[in-house]
Design a protein around this ligand. Structure first.
Ligand code: FE2
Length: 310
């Protein structure tokens, strides 16, 4: 793992010499010092985002194996955002403020952090787009169920302590190739199944303010909060490579649905490259047709992510 023993002068230090866009890496940062992440500011943001349905929450009864997509329904937290965030120590809840980049004040925070790492990231992993930010406010011992996301993710601890379990993005024991294909094709996490023995193969990070981790796209993860309340922020993005991977996995899902057994993405570069070129051509034509008939096409190459639940 990267040596990040020197506290960075920048907001975020990715360890330029060791950074590998497809490896989980520990991170040092000082984003917890940013004024927009003071708890009173986060509470005010939560109130604004709740009015726009940009809050996701569940109670502290959700567990590692709770289906991530269904946690809010299976373990509801009925308190408002302001009530939850104002007394998070006793709220018995997990709350995520979604797509904070849609708030003008917090869009500047997302840019501050991602602009800081962009020179290092772009050198190895060009095409940064779809920038987004997320703030997680968590009661003591609440759990974020086992899951994965499409974006590359800098997850940074702001207040309190939590334990983060992460599996490498190519760990097909933790999450099978078929589960990855389904996830990319339909944003469906039904085949992502928690087993307690997976803890033994995880990278474990004991997070506190100033510490965090880089989690490449589709690195499975699980978060267990410590004995006190905590605040964590994530800063996420797509790149040319994440978009390519996502499309190829979606194609493989279609092939599986047709009864075929496609090779894992990355195992046959000579097959992946022309396949990707062909799919991009087809999608480009579809996008042109959509525009021609006046329908908006959502572009994953936009600078900022659109609001969506994930
Ligand atoms: Fe996540």
């Amino acid at each position: 793992m990267a040596d990040t023993s020197d506290c960075p002068a920048r907001w975020l230090d990715v360890g330029a010499r060791q950074f590998d866009p497809w490896r989980v890496t520990p991170i040092r940062h000082r984003v917890h010092e940013h004024s927009l992440l003071a708890l009173n500011k986060v509470i005010a943001l939560g109130t604004r985002l709740e009015d726009r349905c940009q809050v996701r929450t569940h109670s502290d009864t959700a567990a590692a194996g709770t289906p991530f997509n269904d946690a809010p329904r299976l373990h509801p937290n009925r308190k408002t955002a302001v009530d939850t965030l104002s007394d998070i120590e006793h709220a018995a809840a997990w709350m995520s403020l979604l797509n904070i980049q849609t708030d003008p004040e917090y869009q500047s925070l997302v840019d501050t952090v991602l602009d800081d790492v962009k020179p290092t990231v772009e050198r190895l992993d060009p095409g940064m787009s779809y920038r987004a930010g997320w703030i997680f406010v968590t009661s003591p011992r609440a759990v974020t169920p086992f899951h994965m996301d499409k974006e590359h993710n800098f997850i940074l601890q702001i207040m309190g302590r939590k334990r983060l379990y992460v599996w490498q993005p190519d760990d097909t024991v933790a999450v099978s190739e078929a589960a990855r294909d389904l996830f990319h094709a339909r944003h469906n996490r039904d085949l992502i199944k928690w087993r307690d023995e997976l803890r033994e193969r995880a990278l474990v990070f004991d997070l506190e303010p100033g510490r965090g981790a880089y989690m490449p796209s589709t690195s499975p993860h699980l978060v267990e909060n410590g004995d006190g309340p905590s605040v964590t922020a994530s800063f996420t993005y797509y790149t040319d490579a994440t978009r390519r991977n996502s499309l190829l996995h979606a194609v493989n899902h279609r092939l599986r649905s047709a009864g075929l057994d496609p090779p894992p993405i990355g195992s046959r570069p000579m097959r992946d490259a022309p396949l990707y070129a062909g799919v991009r051509t087809v999608l480009g034509v579809k996008s042109l047709v959509r525009r021609a008939i006046g329908r908006q096409a959502v572009s994953p190459t936009a600078r900022y992510a659109m609001h969506q639940f994930s």
